[in-house]
Design a binder for this molecule. Structure first.
Ligand SMILES: Nc1ncnc2c1ncn2[C@@H]1O[C@H](COP(=O)(O)OP(=O)(O)O)[C@@H](O)[C@H]1O
Ligand SMILES: [Mg+2]
Length: 143
């Protein structure tokens, strides 16, 4: 278990960027933490690290967003950004094609509120817990 504390929005963004840059394809990140902790911001950073130029926004109301990546020398083709807040059943996940996304190594998947669908996440999913320490500082725990 590794803990990192970020002191401002920019540091969380940069951390996401490093994570995205390290991805090789097939990664699944489950982000947990209350509203306003920085799940979307970290997702934006990951997208930046995957060279996505398009503005990445919170998928709260639409549940899922798919972005094409432009990574060279890597097999990654898509960044799948999911908000699982309203998802709970296997049926919900089947309806959005979740299990097909999982089986595609050309995807990088980031799930906000991943704890809501914990039992459907594969073993390899990386869990990132974000906690608010103060107005501008956050503790990110990687396990
Ligand atoms: N260190 C930090 N890391 C991430 N966000 C921060 C930090 N400090 C302040 N913030 C603010 O917290 C909010 C996080 O929002 P957002 O990423 O949408 O959270 P979530 O998706 O978890 O609801 C933003 O308004 C951001 O500016
Ligand atoms: Mg969010």
């Amino acid at each position: 278990m590794k803990k990192i504390i970020t002191k401002n929005e920019k540091e969380t963004m940069s951390l996401g960027q490093i994570i995205g840059d390290k991805c090789m394809g097939g990664e699944i990140f489950s982000l947990t933490g209350n509203l306003g902790t920085g799940k979307t911001l970290l997702s934006k950073g990951i997208a930046k690290g995957l060279n996505i130029k398009k503005n990445v926004s919170s998928p709260t109301f639409i549940i899922l967003n798919i972005y094409k990546t432009k990574t060279k020398e890597k097999k990654i083709k898509k960044f799948i950004h999911i908000d699982a807040y309203r998802l709970s059943s296997k049926r919900d996940l089947e309806n959005i094609g979740f299990f097909d996304f999982l089986n595609d190594e050309e995807n990088v998947i980031v799930i906000e509120w991943g704890n809501k669908i914990k039992k459907f996440l594969p073993q390899k999913a990386k869990i990132i817990k974000i906690k608010t320490l103060s107005e501008n500082s956050r503790e990110l725990t990687f396990s």
